[in-house]
Design a protein around this ligand. Structure first.
Ligand SMILES: [Mn+2]
Length: 274
């Protein structure tokens, strides 16, 4: 069994704190940690490894892998790494039966062993979601469809790979203009085969966050001055034990610079066809 995340360099700090929280609370035993990285430097990997306190397997995104998502939507918040999670099942050894994918903007406050050991009851995945008209209608699903968040997802890899779902998801993103491409594609291709998880595994709202097993910072990130989340203090406590202990909090200006950098990079890629 594997626990994995997919990040670029901008998310290394968040991933490091997430890995540290797993080390102290996750109770993952011999479950292997994987980080799929887009442009991670050796120093980023060293820091992630130090935070995890155990071996981490790094998979670097190659040009061939990136070619699969050429032309896919990105912005300064959604990097190419959001698509990388879709190809992850294809990159792993066929003997791996289960994968828990965790977004880097999460912290783990309790044992996540129950998540790995959960009976999927024949489903292909487990994730937290709800009936969500606002997310479902724009992608052509009924108003009463169950829509899950892809930040915490347990996958049955045998079923996933047997049905070639990576290629199906990528095809769908290529053909349709989906507002939240990776998450929408997942919701469409495994529709009806997702075991609903309790909210404590992917707590996105502030209320009750202190008791959740996994807190997911979906808005302002906890390493930024804009974060108003009640669990930011816990994030910073975990962070104080990682190589990012003394990193300054990101500001609005950092965000603007990141946006600028992103748009320049995109123009450059358009010009050079990369
Ligand atoms: Mn997230």
């Amino acid at each position: 069994m594997i626990l994995a995340c997919a990040i670029d360099r901008n998310y290394a700090e968040l991933a490091g704190v997430m890995l540290y929280s797993i080390r102290v609370n996750g109770d993952i035993g011999d479950i292997d940690l994987y980080v799929l990285g887009d442009g991670l430097r050796p120093v980023d990997k060293e820091r992630l490894q130090a935070s995890a306190g155990r071996p981490v397997t790094f998979i670097d995104l190659t040009d061939a892998m990136l070619a699969e998502f050429s032309g896919f939507k990105t912005n300064s918040n959604w990097s190419r790494a959001i698509y990388a999670r879709l190809i992850l099942p294809k990159l792993l050894d066929a003997s791996v039966k289960r994968l828990v994918y965790l977004d880097a903007d999460t912290i783990v406050n309790r044992s996540i062993r129950p998540l790995f050991e959960m009976d999927l009851q024949g489903n292909i995945a487990a994730a937290f979601g709800r009936v969500n008209e606002r997310m479902s209608l724009p992608i052509g699903r009924p108003a009463d469809a169950f829509y899950f968040n892809s930040g915490v997802i347990l996958l049955d890899l045998e079923k996933w790979n047997a049905e070639g779902l990576t290629d199906k998801a990528l095809d769908l993103i290529r053909k349709k203009d989906l507002p939240f491409p990776d998450q929408d594609a997942l919701n469409i291709i495994i529709d009806g085969r997702v075991l609903p998880l309790s909210q404590q595994w992917n707590m996105q709202v502030f209320e009750g966050a202190e008791d959740a097993a996994i807190v997911h910072f979906i808005h302002a990130k906890p390493n930024s001055t804009e974060c108003r989340h009640p669990e930011q203090a816990r994030f910073l406590k975990y962070r104080s034990h990682t190589p990012w202990a003394k990193a300054r909090l990101k500001t609005k200006l950092d965000k603007r610079l990141r946006r600028l950098r992103h748009s320049f990079t995109r123009r450059f890629q358009a010009l050079t066809g990369r």
